[in-house]
Design a protein around this ligand. Sequence first.
Ligand SMILES: NC(=O)c1ccc[n+]([C@@H]2O[C@H](COP(=O)([O-])OP(=O)(O)OC[C@H]3O[C@@H](n4cnc5c(N)ncnc54)[C@H](O)[C@@H]3O)[C@@H](O)[C@H]2O)c1
Length: 311
Amino acid sequence: MKILITGGAGFIGSHLAEYFNEQNYEVFILDNLKTGYHSNVGFIDNAHLIDNDVTNSQFVTELIKKEQFDYVIHLAAVVSVVETIKNPILSQSVNIEATLNMLESNRQYNKNLKKFIFASSAAVYGNTEGLPKKVNTFIDPESPYAIEKYAAEQYTKLYNKLFNMPTTSLRFFNIYGPRQDPSSPYSGVLSIMNEKFQNDDTFTFFGDGEQTRDFVYVKDLVQAVSIVLNNENANGKIYNLGSGEQISLLQIFNTFEKLYNKTINYKFSDSRSGDIKHSYAQIEELTSLGYKPKYSVEDGLAAYVNYTNHS
Ligand SMILES: NC(=O)c1ccc[n+]([C@@H]2O[C@H](COP(=O)([O-])OP(=O)(O)OC[C@H]3O[C@@H](n4cnc5c(N)ncnc54)[C@H](O)[C@@H]3O)[C@@H](O)[C@H]2O)c1
């Protein structure tokens, strides 16, 4: 079985590539290595790691025509909210147009396709009232990033409705784990906090630290993707990919203190504009397919800390 993972050299993609490689799928990665690294996927040979851009539509179409992938997981994106605010025209060409081209190329030239999965985001909910966040409730995008994710997931859904393509979108909540790059100030907050603990640096809470998120250990994401990939009932659907648990940043900080058996300095600064106060996912639709998060935040953080201190 051939599987194409766009953005496969990045944080999440590398875990999916690892899993499907172990399951003996023939894994192809299409990645321009902008925020991803070859070293994340050392187990993929050069013939299967295609260093190219998803906006290169002719190239992508030819690749799909030639390889006739059984599965496509489309993760490649401008992932920084700030970058999409600075350059919305460029970011929509990656986050919307390239997704549409990927769908259209598969529709026209790949009759072998068994599933197309698109990585959407909890960002689409913005600051809407009401918890937990449900897929069929109001959305309120607060950034070009959120609008782009929404547009692309809706195209993905529409290709099922119009052309019966086997497509599913997943709205990822806050994913964390090994290989998440803490170098950007807008990277996942847990990777930043972890790095501060490693280096005995000061951690800054934007706001009072009481803000909550739904944190998902990346191995639980892999479980969810693999379930959706193999379930035809998921076609034409959009799911929240969360843990269903609401955890505050202060709770996370306390868990790191226990795991490292020490504390570090911290300070509070103004919350960032557009930052959401509380968020967690309703995940019943996904659990009804068999998804069951295995990692509590304590377990996930322990595995993460263990990895970062032994690699
Ligand atoms: N990490 C999270 O918590 C989270 C939450 C919601 C949604 N997502 C989505 O999940 C996906 C993966 O995110 P991640 O956290 O692994 O980020 P990441 O930056 O580690 O991975 C993105 C990958 O896409 C590649 N890429 C970027 N632009 C490209 C282009 N034009 N052509 C080809 N490759 C390109 C990058 O080089 C990188 O390897 C993204 O679509 C992101 O929006 C992530």
